[in-house]
Design a protein around this ligand. Sequence first.
Ligand code: DAH
Length: 347
Amino acid sequence: MQATLTALLAKATAELPSLRTRADFEAAKARYVGPHGEFTALMKQMGAVPKEERPAMGKLVNEAKAQLQVQLDATLQRLADAEITAQLGPAIDPTLPSPDAGPGTSHPLTLVREEMCRILRKAGFTVVEGPEVETEYYCFDALNTPPDHPARDAQDTFYFPEKARFGNITKKTPEEKYLLRTHTSSVQIRTMLKGEPPIRVVSPGRVYRRDTSDATHSANFHQIECLYVDKNVTVRDLKALLDYIFATLLGKDTKTRFRPHYFGYTEPSFEVDLSAQHLPKVNKPWIEIGGCGMVDPIVFEGVGYDPKVWSGYAFGMGLERLAMLMYGIDDIRYFYQNDLRFLRQFS
Ligand code: DAH
């Protein structure tokens, strides 16, 4: 019986690698281990083995059975792999040049975002990101936005239902609601709570507002936020950085001006206007581009910074508005339509 076992295993070892189809495999499997298979027949002979030889013989049979199973499994795996390879077609060489016209072009919003980040990195800023799902604390409370401020209104902000849960976004109080951030200013708070000054960060990202879509409004758009905290920071530093950014981005003929404004998180606060009439399609002397100001001492206190020691500035602006100015685009909806005739104009 031992010799028959060895012979059977040798036969399987020789036959299984030559199988090419699942049907052949199933037939071979049946011939070895099916109800009428050769191996099954051998097992049945165990009853005839003398009692004292049975334990040793049983061990041999079990070992042979395990070996046969390993070979059958490997064969099935080989056939399955071959099927997938056949479906995938011939192997490709990813190092070859693309047969298409080129690697594609960057989206104009990507171009503006990358250029802004590049300019700010050169000025010593680090790029950080914050979550798009926020809590009222980071988006409003910590930014000194009063409870009755219109920005908090459900007409203006997308709130999540009470039962919504986001494991990675921790609420400060159980009552506060989750929302989609209305501005990237929330990243200021996250950054300040994480570390000590001096701080120099820039944070680009998506923001959401309940706007109806038209040529200049979209419920989802992009902003870039900057925060600088150090000792003896002044409005002059803020103005100088903005002048530098826009001269680099839009050309040296670009001018900026500040108009007094109100934001809860800065004092004083300004709206920033740009003059860039050398750009195509810019026909107004001044265009509003963003908001800025000196970080309000109340915001510093809220994150545990001593406002007598630390000072800082912050600003935020829309990337779509900037891209529209730079490239002379007159409808914000072009950014989101994925029309190749539009996208291919940017490289
Ligand atoms: N968060 C403001 C907005 O969405 C923009 C802004 C204004 C950002 C003043 C700032 C700031 O950092 O200091 O309109």
